[in-house]
Design a protein around this ligand. Structure first.
Ligand SMILES: [Zn+2]
Length: 442
């Protein structure tokens, strides 16, 4: 409870256990003259230690709480407590602040906690009456004693009243204290609960704080990682951008190339069309050539057939020729023999007669006579054979004819004519002839 300079510390609690006797007031007058300053004398018992904000108040008798003071003064602290504790202290109340009525008042010492530590006997602010003085000065001892006794009784009655009120105050204060203590206990239990809760909350918060710290560390490490990753990604991005630029350049090149290729392609398509036309023409030409070839083949086949027939004829003729050759050789040998015989006969005749100029003729004649002696008749002189034996000249002539005629026939038979170009080949070169004819079919 904060207090201003003008407001002393007070308390609703008035009476503490055995606290009224800790400060003792002395030399308290019954009457103080109004308009004059009042000096209050007091002293501390040994167990009491005054404090800085203790004060002394003037209370109307019958007060219930220390808040009901009329006026007050701060207590001056003694410089050395140990020595001067028992020494008499004093405080002066200025006349201006004192009560102006003639009620009963008393001094009370209140410590800085608002607890009353001592109380004085009651007094009044009024001049002493003439009566009192007269009683003291003019009446006899009995009256004086009676008067004093009456005063004492009155004082006693007042003190009793004061005591009763104080006791009442005490019981009220104790009841209040009881309720306050109960309230305090309740508050303490609430406080304990709150403290427990607070500790629990504190533990909870600490674990939460730890978790948050760990989380924070995680987050910061992740953040670092993310930073690294971002740098990597940025590097990657820049390389990819470069690649992209290269690709764009390449794309442009390719596009140009493509354009060129398209142009080339269109040219090629044009040339292809031309070539197709040419091809068509060529195909037509080929078709014509094929037809011609087929015709040529047919013709060749015909020629081959003809050739084959001619070859067969030729081989037949060859056989005949061989036969004739052999016959000729035979005839030549016979002729030789006849010649020899003729010579022998000539020689023989020469021995018996002169040699005649037609010796040769006779020998020829002899040979002609020998002719019918042939084993096989001459096939080319059938007419001469059927005729009567010729004369010597005729025989010679026949011989000449016989020699000439077969030759011609032989030439006609054995010579080989090319059916295509008409070239003539001797019969001995039959192979050459066949190759030549074959060449035309190629
Ligand atoms: Zn030919």
């Amino acid at each position: 409870m904060e207090k201003t300079i003008d407001e002393p510390p007070t308390s609703a609690v008035l009476l503490e256990h055995c606290s009224f006797s800790q400060v003792v007031f002395s030399s308290v007058e019954k009457f103080y003259v109004p308009g004059g300053d009042v000096t209050c004398y007091y002293s501390f018992t040994q167990q009491f230690v005054p404090r800085r904000k203790d004060w002394i108040g003037i209370f109307k008798v019958g007060w219930k709480t220390t808040r009901e003071y009329y006026t007050f003064m701060w207590v001056a602290l003694p410089s050395d407590l140990n020595k001067e504790s028992t020494k008499q202290q004093e405080v002066q109340f200025k006349a201006y602040y004192l009560p102006k009525d003639d009620e009963h008042y008393q001094f009370c010492y209140v410590d800085q906690d608002g607890v009353v530590r001592g109380a004085s006997i009651p007094f009044q602010f009024r001049p002493e009456t003439e009566e009192d003085i007269v009683v003291v000065t003019t009446k006899g001892k009995v009256e004086e004693i009676e008067q004093h006794n009456e005063e004492l009784l009155q004082e006693n009655q007042e003190l009793k009243d004061s005591c009763a009120s104080l006791q009442k105050q005490n019981s009220d204060a104790q009841a209040e204290l009881q309720s306050k203590q109960e309230a305090l206990e309740a508050l303490q239990s609430i406080n304990k609960k709150l403290e427990q809760k607070m500790e629990e909350q504190k533990a909870c918060w600490e674990t939460e704080l730890l978790q948050l710290k760990e989380y924070n560390q995680k987050i910061s490490s992740e953040n670092e990682k993310m930073g690294l990753r971002v740098e990597q990604l940025q590097a990657q991005l820049s390389t990819q951008q470069k690649e992209m630029e290269e690709l764009v350049l390449r794309d442009q090149d390719k596009t140009e190339q493509l354009q060129r290729l398209k142009n080339e392609n269109s040219q090629l398509v044009l040339s292809l069309t031309e070539q197709k036309e040419q091809k068509m023409k060529l195909e037509q030409t080929v078709e014509n050539m094929k037809k011609k070839e087929t015709m040529a083949r047919k013709k060749q086949q015909e020629l081959k057939d003809e050739n084959f027939a001619l070859s067969r004829t030729l081989s037949d003729n060859k056989i005949v020729s061989d036969v004739l050759k052999r016959e000729k050789e035979k005839l030549e040998r016979e002729n030789d023999i006849l010649k020899k015989e003729n010579n022998r006969l000539v020689d023989y005749m020469g021995l018996h007669s002169d040699s005649s100029p037609d010796q040769t003729q006779s020998s020829d004649q002899g040979a002609g006579r020998q002719n019918p002696g042939l084993v096989y008749g001459n096939p080319y002189s059938g007419i001469q054979e059927s005729s009567p034996p010729p004369s010597l000249h005729a025989a010679v002539h026949a011989d000449k004819v016989r020699e000439q005629t077969p030759k011609k026939q032989q030439m006609q038979i054995s010579c080989l004519n090319c059916p295509v170009c008409g070239e003539v080949f001797p019969p001995t070169e039959e192979q050459v002839y066949e190759d030549h004819v074959f060449c035309h079919s190629l």
